[in-house]
Design a protein around this ligand. Structure first.
Ligand SMILES: Nc1ccn([C@@H]2O[C@H](COP(=O)(O)OP(=O)(O)OP(=O)(O)O)[C@@H](O)[C@H]2O)c(=O)n1
Length: 404
C-alpha cells in the first residue's frame, strides 16, 4: 500500500525517527477513501506539543492547550495534535480538560463519527477500529460508541452529522436519529456561529433535501433561532441544486419559510452585515420578480449578477423550468449588454455637475436627481453625454420651479 498524503510524509517520518507514533486522521482519510478532494491533512501523534515544536523548523502553536501545533511547509499548514481524550464539555463549547493519552485507540474513541475515526499510518495502512470503512461503503453516519455520550460531549455533532449526510449523500443510523431527537434541545447551548456554518454547508450539499428531512425528523430544526414553526414540506420542496451560492440557498430557504424580516433573522443568526445585505437584497428582488418580468430598468438596478441569481431562485421554486431559465439568462445578458450604462459611475455627469448647474447646496434632492437620470439614460430617453444631460437637468429644474 502506498501513502497518498505525500506532502505530509516528512512530518510522519520525522516524528517516527524520533520514536513517536504518527498517523493521518479524520477527514483526510475519510475523503481519500471516498475519492473526494482532500482539504486539510490532520496528524495525530504520541509526541507532546513541545516535542513537535522542537522537531520542526516552522511551527505555530495554534492550540497548545489542546495539544495542537501547526507545522508549516511549502505554503501548506498541517495540524499536528497530541493523542488526547477530552473529559468534559461543561460549557458545550470547549473541552473542559484535555487529557493527553498514549494510544491512538483512545484518541479515535473520542471522535464523533465512525467515518471520521479512521487513521492511516506511514505505510498507507488504515486503522479502522469502529467499522468506519463499512459505514463508508454502506453510506451511513454512525457515532463512535454511544450516540448520547458523543452528543452530550459536543451537541454540535448533531448538526455535523446531518451536514455530512447532506454533503456525502449518506443516511443517518436509526440509533443516531433517536438520540438526536432526544438531545435536540442541547443545540440551544451551542453558539449560533458554529450552527450557522454547519447549516450553510448542509444547504449546499448534494443530499440537501434528505438532510433537511432529518433536521425535521429529529426536531433539531425547531430548536434553531426563528425556526420554531419551520415548515418541512416547504423547506424540502426547493430545488437547491439550481442555486450556486450560499446567499442564494439561504434566500430560498427564508422565502420558503415565509420569513419576512431578514434583518431579525440575520441578527439572531449573527450574520455579518454583508451577508445580511446580500440576502435581504435577493429576497426583495426575488419577490419583485415573482410578480413582474425583467425590463431594462430592473435589470440595471438589480445588476446582472443578481439578475442571474434571481432567475436561478425562480427556477428553484419551480416558477420557471430549466429551459425557461436558460432563455431568461440569455435575455438578461442581452438587456445588460445593450444597457447604455452599467453603474452610476458611468454617467457622463455627476453630483458636482448638478450642484454647479443649479447653484443649490447638496441635499436629498441630489440623490433623487441622480437616480432619475439613471432611469432616463437606461431607458434611452436621455443620451449619456454632458450636453444632453445638462439640457435634461435644466428642463427638470424649470418644470419643478413651475410646479412649486
Ligand atoms: N465536534 C467534533 C469536531 C471534530 N471531530 C473530529 O475532528 C476531526 C477534524 O474535524 P474537522 O476538521 O472539523 O472536520 P473534518 O472531519 O476534517 O471534515 P470537514 O473538513 O469536511 O469539516 C473530525 O474528522 C473528527 O474526527 C470530532 O470528533 N467532533
Amino acid at each position: 500500500m502506498t501513502f497518498p498524503f505525500k506532502d505530509a510524509a516528512f512530518i510522519l517520518d520525522r516524528l517516527q525517527d524520533h520514536g513517536f507514533e504518527a498517523y493521518v486522521v479524520g477527514g483526510a482519510v475519510r475523503d481519500y477513501l471516498l475519492n473526494r478532494p482532500i482539504h486539510d491533512v490532520d496528524i495525530a501523534t504520541s509526541a507532546h506539543p513541545a516535542d513537535v515544536v522542537s522537531l520542526f523548523k516552522r511551527t505555530v502553536p495554534i492550540g497548545i492547550d489542546h495539544g495542537t501545533v501547526a507545522v508549516l511547509n511549502n505554503g501548506h499548514s498541517y495540524e499536528v495534535t497530541t493523542f488526547r481524550s477530552e473529559s468534559d464539555y461543561d460549557d458545550y463549547r470547549h473541552p473542559n480538560q484535555v487529557v493527553f493519552v498514549l494510544s491512538l485507540e483512545k484518541d479515535l474513541m473520542r471522535r464523533d463519527f465512525t467515518i471520521n475515526a479512521l487513521a492511516m499510518d506511514r505505510d498507507g495502512k488504515i486503522i479502522d477500529l469502529f467499522e468506519g470503512k463499512k459505514d463508508i461503503n454502506c453510506k451511513r453516519i454512525r457515532t463512535v460508541g454511544r450516540a448520547e455520550e458523543r452528543i452530550t460531549e459536543d451537541p454540535l455533532r448533531m448538526m455535523r452529522g446531518m451536514r455530512f449526510a447532506s454533503e456525502l449523500c449518506f443516511t443517518l443510523g436509526q440509533t443516531e436519529r433517536h438520540a438526536f431527537h432526544d438531545k435536540a434541545d442541547l443545540l440551544k447551548k451551542i453558539s449560533i456561529e458554529r450552527i450557522n456554518q454547519e447549516m450553510t454547508r448542509l444547504l449546499a450539499g448534494e443530499g440537501v433535501s434528505d438532510a433537511l428531512g432529518l433536521l425535521f425528523e429529529t426536531h433539531c430544526i425547531y430548536t434553531l433561532p426563528m425556526l420554531k414553526h419551520a415548515d418541512e414540506k416547504k423547506a424540502v420542496s426547493i430545488h437547491y441544486k439550481r442555486l450556486q451560492k450560499d446567499e442564494e440557498r439561504w434566500t430560498a430557504f427564508l422565502i420558503s419559510q415565509g420569513i419576512e424580516d431578514v434583518f431579525a433573522f440575520a441578527k439572531s443568526w449573527k450574520w455579518s452585515n454583508d451577508e445580511r445585505r446580500r440576502v435581504a437584497r435577493l429576497v426583495k428582488w426575488t419577490k419583485y420578480r415573482m410578480n413582474m418580468g425583467w425590463n431594462k430598468e430592473s435589470v440595471y438596478f438589480a445588476g446582472i449578477c443578481d439578475v442571474k441569481a434571481i432567475n436561478r431562485l425562480l427556477a428553484s421554486f419551480d416558477k420557471i423550468d430549466e429551459q425557461e431559465l436558460s432563455n431568461q439568462q440569455l435575455k438578461a445578458d442581452l438587456i445588460w449588454e445593450n444597457c447604455p450604462i452599467h453603474s452610476r459611475a458611468e454617467l457622463a455627469a455627476n453630483g458636482n455637475h448638478f450642484i454647479n448647474w443649479s447653484g443649490e447646496k447638496p441635499g436629498p434632492w441630489l440623490a433623487k436627481a441622480i437616480k432619475e437620470l439613471e432611469r432616463e439614460v437606461v431607458n434611452g430617453r436621455v443620451n449619456n453625454d454632458l450636453e444632453a444631460i445638462r439640457s435634461w437637468f435644466e428642463n427638470r429644474q424649470t418644470t419643478q420651479k413651475k410646479q412649486s
